[in-house]
Design a protein. Sequence first.
Length: 462
Amino acid sequence: MELVRKLSRLTRLGEPGLASFVCQALLGALLIFIFWLADAVMDFLIQGDRTFLEFLLHPDPHEISDFALVLFLVCCLLLYSRRSHRIETRLEDALQQALDKAERERAKLEGIVEAMGDAISIQDPDLNVIYQNRAHQELTGHSVGRPCYEAYRKRSTVCEDCHLTAAFEDGQVHRSELGPGTSATGGYVEIIGSALRAGDGTPLYGIEVVRDITARKSAEREAIELNAALTRQAQELKQTNQELESFCQAISHDLRAPLTRVYSSAQELKGYRELLDDNGRFFVDLVHDGCVQMEELLDSLMVLCRVTQVEIERGELDLVPTALEIAARLRQDYEGHPVSFQLPERLVANGDASLVRVVLENLLSNAWKYTSGMPSPAVELGTMAGSCGETVFFVRDNGAGFDGACADQLFQPFKRLHSYRDFPGTGLGLATVRRIVRRHNGRIWAEGEPGKGASFYFTLPG
């Protein structure tokens, strides 16, 4: 068979075209001539009653039948050789294509593994390293052909907590973390081990993914330290706030008794106004007004402390009845100051009813106060849609206004943008409002222009 295959290649039997056909015809003729010549030689040597040329040129009838049989066999042999060679050529081409495709797939797979960025190695069931990608070699060094426990842990036996051994046993994915003392990198690493099994469940390879998590561990440690520091600062801040609130309450309580005595004395002195000269009456009025202002300041401090300590009980409420009640009281307090008050039929909010009432009292009273002296004072309470779709409540007036560049100073305690003589007040109202809104996780801000009124906006997220 090998001889036939060699002759097929030599005579180009598998190739199509006229050249291959001519080669087949010549080869067949050569074989028949050799057989014919050999038969004549044998007959001449055995019989010897005729000359060699007579045996060669005048064969017997039975020899002609032998020639025909030989011719048939030679033709069959040539046809078989040609067909088998073509089949072999196709099989060789298919095999080469399969090998080329497998090589391309292997190169693609290696490219994917290299591009993943993770350090990946493959071990056989005996835990010998048979493959490492470039990232794994850079992380742990070249270890192909060595047992993984010897290459990575410097051990002579399999590790007790080997994740690949566990993966070979149960087929699950196992994870572990190693510290600087046990990892091959000298830092923190995360190891993910899994097993690749055959169709019958027999383990074929162990796949190990190694990730350097030193930076992540450092970040986690810093986060823990930062959280501890923030917790400590929050506790210190809470304690400081409690001390400040206690201080405000103590000041408000301790000052009220002597203030009451001074106020009562000033009231009594007013009964002797006729006995005093102008300077005396001026100082008596000054003491009386100072007591009134101090009383208002102490009340405002108490309110500020209360809104900080009170427990919030949120619920759905309508602001319109509360606003109308506040407006009715303000009209009584400002009898000669008719204000046009506009508001919708219903304003639904979510918050603590008592605290939201304090917000409206401060904002509406400010609006009433700062519109004094205006020919047509107007105050409006309403809502609009915010930039993020939330409901924004506003109180708008056409009063004295303020410089918009100083809007942030409005909410600072005791900070005033107008003189006390023009617009009396304690300077704590808007600070109280901001604290209440913040306790509701909302925002508050203000816009205004001198002589053109002011607008205060706040949100109460549900």
